[in-house]
Design a protein around this ligand. Structure first.
Ligand code: ADP
Ligand code: MG
Length: 148
């Protein structure tokens, strides 16, 4: 299903990521879209925390490294396509991690939209005001009962 949430601070966006993480079992790919500064990395930090990453491990934007890996309850692959051409995704080797022991998070996923298959969670973040964002979650793992 699709769920829309308005957040009023970075912390609230982080919390939405953390909450989503509870439903992850491994094998999901989280496609993050939204303009620069929308909050994609903030959301990803929340997911990582919700998956039990060691809190001293920094979750930072992979804008320059292209891909970061974190150990957690389920191992995490965090990619950022911002600097890539659409075909550049093929060189990242993300496919290698598309299995039930990883969760993949991809910022600027729309750059290579057609590449992603399987259990997808789409997370679109829209800038509303300085501290307000609209987060649109859609995918099979989003269930109404989890948001009451
Ligand atoms: P992106 O990865 O989409 O480029 P970041 O997560 O790196 O964005 O940055 C989001 C920026 O917006 C941060 O500086 C954060 O403090 C700020 N911000 C303000 N309000 C919010 C909100 N409601 N949700 C997420 N980030 C917010
Ligand atoms: Mg980012």
């Amino acid at each position: 299903m699709t769920k829309e949430i308005i957040t009023a601070s970075p912390r609230e966006t982080f919390n939405v990521g953390e909450k989503v993480a509870v439903s992850l079992k491994g094998g999901e790919t989280i496609l993050l879209t939204g303009d620069l500064g929308a909050g994609k990395t903030m959301f990803a930090k929340g997911v990582a925390m919700g998956l039990g990453i060691d809190p001293s491990t920094p979750v930072v934007s992979p804008t320059f490294t292209l891909i970061n890996m974190y150990k957690a309850r389920i191992d995490i692959v965090h990619a950022d396509l911002y600097r890539l051409e659409p075909e550049g995704i093929l060189d990242l080797g993300i496919e290698e991690y598309m299995d039930n022991s990883h969760v993949i998070m991809v910022e600027w996923a729309d750059i290579s939209e057609g590449y992603f298959k399987g259990n997808l969670l789409r997370v679109k973040i829209e800038y509303l005001e300085e501290n307000r964002r609209k987060i649109i979650l859609s995918g099979d793992i989003i269930k109404e009962e989890n948001w009451r």
